[in-house]
Each structure stands twice: as structure tokens, then as C-alpha cells.
Design a protein around this ligand. Structure first.
Ligand code: N2P
Length: 360
């Protein structure tokens, strides 16, 4: 009588633990080391479904639709900030995240602006949005004395016109692009004022004819291959392009600059959707990323700063000492954090962005 029961039980347990052995992760493209996922699986026995995106808007749309199937998502803090209050995430169970102790309290304090009390999210990596350029091609067109460390490269129509033939790419990211324009105009980069937005739109429209591409990830290979000469890009992505160009050794030299007028500062944050199928595996994944050698391994591969104080000793000195990656206080004072946009402003922004892209 008992035997069949005993045989049945383990099967039921196996079924539930098989389910417990997958974590579904949705992260930015080009944002993890080659061995991170393998190491996670080897250490925890949990396998990973890993999908990538290159836009906060896409992540938000999936979360709003519900049943995304993801256990861990990595929106930027300035999007996460408005996603928390509408219930898209579950609070972290900090008892399952002992590696939180490794986090740099200074970064924790900054991201608490997005996530009060650091209750819902853990910083994955952080960086800036600046300019990547092909050193030889840009100097050939604007001269050694040209505005190489200025947003003039993009926003001054005469300068942009000189670069149009070798290719200008900008991010297909309205918040980042409009804030860069506002900042260049000397306005508050986070302004939600209609008149300010109008000015930013006019500025972008004035250089629109010189822009070849609106895309948020293709510029990595395009810069590395010499197919474009200027990109508004995320810091680490431009460093990846520079590294690939150097390795290819075909005479392409790529540089990243935080322009003198300033650049945006953002934090990409791991959070667990309210309807995540496997929150336990999500916690295991987040805790794993917080291991100092794992975080450093990612930084060393993708050239973004991590929030992990205990990881510094494992980060390549070339990266740790680069003020465009780990900003000094002086560089930091020239960066502006992006803030969450209200739904009202978002509607205006989306319309303005469509007009800019379509050139109308
Ligand atoms: C990773 C780009 C992430 C930066 N390739 C955007 N927050």
C-alpha cells in the first residue's frame, strides 16, 4: 500500500524542483561577461533563460502588459522609479541577499532617490551617456582644434554638417536625447516644461538632416568598424567599440568623451517583477551578481562601473582609474542624474520624439 505512494511523491517533488531551476533574466544587450551565466549555473544548478533589450520603453511595455515571464529585469533607475509605485515589482527579500553587504553605501544612497529605502532593486551597473567618435575621421573634418570634447559635435548644425558624410548615430531613447539637448541649451536636463521641450525639439530638428541613424545598440559595431564617426552612446558601449576597433587593428581609433557641458548619469537596476514565476531563483541570481569577482568580471568585460565596493580589487586598474568610467568628484560634479518622467510629460515627449525622428 505504501510503496506506490512513496514512488509518486518524489516525482511530484522533482517536478517542482525542475521548475525551481530556471531563472528568466531580461537585461540590456552587451552587458554581461562571457562566463557569467555559465558560472551561475555551475554554482547554483539553476539554468538561465537570458533575453536582451536596448530600450527602457520596451521593458516598461512588457512589465505593464503583465505575465512577462521574467524573474529579473534591469530597467534604468529613472524608469524603475515610476514602476515601483504602480506595483510592477515585489519587494526584495534581503535575507536571501547576503551579498548586499558588498554594495558601496554612496551608490546605495544615490539610487535610493529612485527606490526609497533600497527596497525593490539592486544596482547592476551604472554609467553615463556621452559621445563616442572616430578620432581620425572627426579630426579630419573639424580639425585638431575642433570641439572634440563638446556636444557641439552633434548640436552645432555647422559642425554636425561636417560629420554627416562619415555618419552620425544617436540613441533611440527620448529621455536621454531630450535631456542632452536641454542641458546643452543651459536648461534643466530634467525639465518637464513645455516651452523647454519645444526648444530641445527645435535643437534636435536643426541637426536632424545630419543624423544617419536612431538606434541604441548598433553603434557599437558601427563605431568599431568605422561605419559611423559620431555616436551618442552609453559609456561602456563606446569603450567596447574602442576595444574591438583596437583589436581589429585596421586603423580605426574610437574615443569616449563626457562633454564639457556635462552628461547624464544613470543606474541600471535589477528588480523582480511582481508576477515573476520564480522569485527564489531571482534572488539567487541577484545575490550571485553581487559576488565581488562576478561583478568585477562583468565590469572588466563591458567597461561599466559596478556598485560593488568589495569588487574594486578585482577590477582592471585601467578601468578603475579611468575617470570616464569611475568618475572622480570633479567629473561627477559635471554629471546630472536622470529623473523619472511623469505620464503627462511622457506623452508630450513621445510625440516630440516621433516628430524628430520622422523629420517633421
Ligand atoms: C548596455 C547599455 C546599458 C546602458 N549595453 C543603458 N542604461
Amino acid at each position: 500500500m505504501h510503496k506506490p505512494l512513496l514512488l509518486v511523491l518524489p516525482v511530484a517533488l522533482m517536478a517542482s524542483s525542475a521548475h525551481a531551476q530556471t531563472v528568466n533574466v531580461y537585461n540590456w544587450s552587451d552587458y554581461i561577461a562571457e562566463d557569467t551565466l555559465e558560472r551561475f549555473q555551475a554554482e547554483t544548478g539553476i539554468s538561465v533563460n537570458y533575453d536582451v533589450f536596448d530600450s527602457n520603453e520596451i521593458v516598461e511595455a512588457k512589465l505593464l502588459a503583465g505575465n512577462s515571464g521574467y524573474d529579473v529585469v534591469v530597467p534604468s533607475g529613472f524608469f524603475l522609479e515610476r514602476q515601483i509605485p504602480i506595483g510592477l515589482f515585489q519587494p526584495l527579500d534581503k535575507s536571501k541577499l547576503p551579498n548586499l553587504a558588498n554594495l558601496d553605501p554612496a551608490i546605495e544612497a544615490i539610487v535610493a532617490e529612485h527606490d526609497p529605502g533600497n527596497q525593490y532593486a539592486v544596482t547592476y551597473m551604472w554609467g553615463t551617456t556621452g559621445l563616442g567618435y572616430n578620432v581620425n575621421e572627426v579630426i579630419a573634418r573639424v580639425g585638431e582644434d575642433g570641439p572634440l570634447d563638446s556636444w557641439d559635435l552633434l548640436f552645432d548644425p555647422e559642425t554636425a554638417a561636417k560629420l554627416a558624410d562619415c555618419g552620425i548615430s544617436v540613441l533611440d531613447a527620448p529621455v536621454e536625447m531630450i535631456s542632452a539637448a536641454l542641458n546643452y541649451l543651459g536648461l534643466d536636463a530634467n525639465s518637464e516644461d513645455q516651452a523647454d521641450l519645444d526648444q530641445a525639439e527645435a535643437l534636435l530638428a536643426s541637426v536632424r538632416p545630419h543624423i544617419r541613424m536612431f538606434h541604441s545598440s548598433q553603434y557599437i559595431s558601427d563605431l568599431a568598424n568605422g561605419d559611423i564617426c559620431l555616436a551618442v552612446g552609453y559609456s561602456g558601449d563606446v569603450f567596447i567599440a574602442a576595444d574591438r576597433a583596437a583589436e581589429a587593428d585596421r586603423g580605426v581609433e574610437v574615443a569616449y568623451v563626457i562633454p564639457e557641458e556635462g552628461a547624464s548619469l544613470w543606474f541600471d537596476m535589477m528588480a523582480i517583477p511582481a508576477d515573476a514565476p520564480n522569485p527564489d531563483a531571482a534572488h539567487a541570481f541577484i545575490n550571485f551578481i553581487l559576488e565581488p569577482e562576478i561583478a568585477a568580471g562583468i565590469t572588466n568585460y563591458v567597461w561599466y562601473a559596478n556598485p560593488n565596493a568589495a569588487a574594486d580589487e578585482f577590477v582592471d586598474p585601467e578601468i578603475l582609474e579611468d575617470p570616464a568610467i569611475y568618475p572622480t568628484d570633479e567629473v561627477m560634479s559635471n554629471l546630472y542624474p536622470l529623473k523619472a518622467k511623469s505620464p503627462q510629460f511622457d506623452r508630450l515627449l513621445t510625440r516630440a520624439w516621433t516628430r524628430i525622428k520622422t523629420g517633421q
